[in-house]
Design a protein around this ligand. Sequence first.
Ligand code: NAD
Length: 278
Amino acid sequence: MTVPSVTLNDGNTIPQLGYGVFRVPPADTERAVTEALEVGYRHIDTAAIYGNEEGVGAAIAASGIPRDELFITTKLWNDRHDGDEPDAAIAESLARLGLEHVDLYLVHWPTPARDNYLHAWEKLIALREAGLTRSIGVSNHLVEHLEKIVAATGVVPAVDQIELHPAYQQRDITDWAASRGMHIESWGPLGQGKYDLFGAEPVAAAAAAHGKTPAQAVLRWHLQKGFIVFPKSVRRERLQENLDVFDFELTPEEVAAIDAMDPGDGSGRVSAHPDEVN
Ligand code: NAD
């Protein structure tokens, strides 16, 4: 199973499909990540706030997989944007992960009420220059936040990791990304199981037409849209199922039918809005 890579705007490459460990309990993380690595994942998405970086690091160390074959993302939490806090935060994350650098470091949320996300972004630029992360990006940044940090620094994030699934496609951000050479990472790619995505007619029909599961049809839609995804599961059979999406292709009509699932009024959002997280 070879997962295709995409080339980011800084020239680094990232496997387009990975494994996200949000809400994987810390005590279960080493086991879950070990299984993910065994079935073929090489891209892991974690965050300081998930509390499970140590488990990710333990699985990496035990795997024996060469460091340059892995792509590891972690994130700067909201209360560590100020002053030199980002320097301390990444050092702590690297220690927990047992790594000398991560492949991608993200500002987790813009926390607009604190108005310090530009400073956080400037610090990430310096962390990349110091070699502690190979690529830098943001998460949950709206167009206004992206405009502000790029106007001030001239550095376009490699990615914006945002809630994105068929009912909530955030086209203002994906259009901005396409015009500025930024990649989109879809979090909650399966809608976090919070609505009947798998029973929706366009998804069920595409799955049936290709002899695949609805989850596989949705993941295929993300991949064909050019998004980077890392669905979460703690079950080995689902880890395998979610990786087994490179032997079929949705037709343009199937993609268009899933595109049409977003009501366009923001009502498909299943998690927090960036303006509310501070
Ligand atoms: P997801 O859309 O990946 O949904 C996960 C749920 O789907 C789990 O409950 C799982 O049981 C179920 N599932 C997984 N595979 C399935 C399958 N094949 N069939 C049926 N059900 C299946 O949601 P998520 O975990 O929130 O998002 C994925 C990753 O995105 C996270 O693990 C994390 O790395 C990242 N994330 C980032 C942010 C952020 O603010 N940057 C927020 C949430 C998640």
